[in-house]
Design a protein. Structure first.
Length: 68
């Protein structure tokens, strides 16, 4: 679980990264719907990665408590 979570966080970023909301650096262009959609996908996958990393750590802690 930990490894899968860390890999997802590495590739898709942490879910609390400031997103652009589809705005680009060019003032002439408006928000890009595809960019907004991809930010939502990256947020969801990043949240899953964070959940897996924290869940894996908790599982290791519980396993260590009940080892003997």
């Amino acid at each position: 679980m930990n490894l899968a979570g860390i890999i997802l966080l590495f590739f898709f970023g942490a879910p609390f990264i400031a997103r652009t909301g589809g705005d680009s650096l060019l003032a002439a262009s408006g928000p890009d719907a595809y960019a907004v959609q991809m930010e939502h996908v990256y947020d969801a996958i990043g949240s899953l990665g964070l959940f897996l990393a924290v869940g894996g750590t908790l599982c290791q802690m519980i396993a260590e408590c009940f080892r003997n």
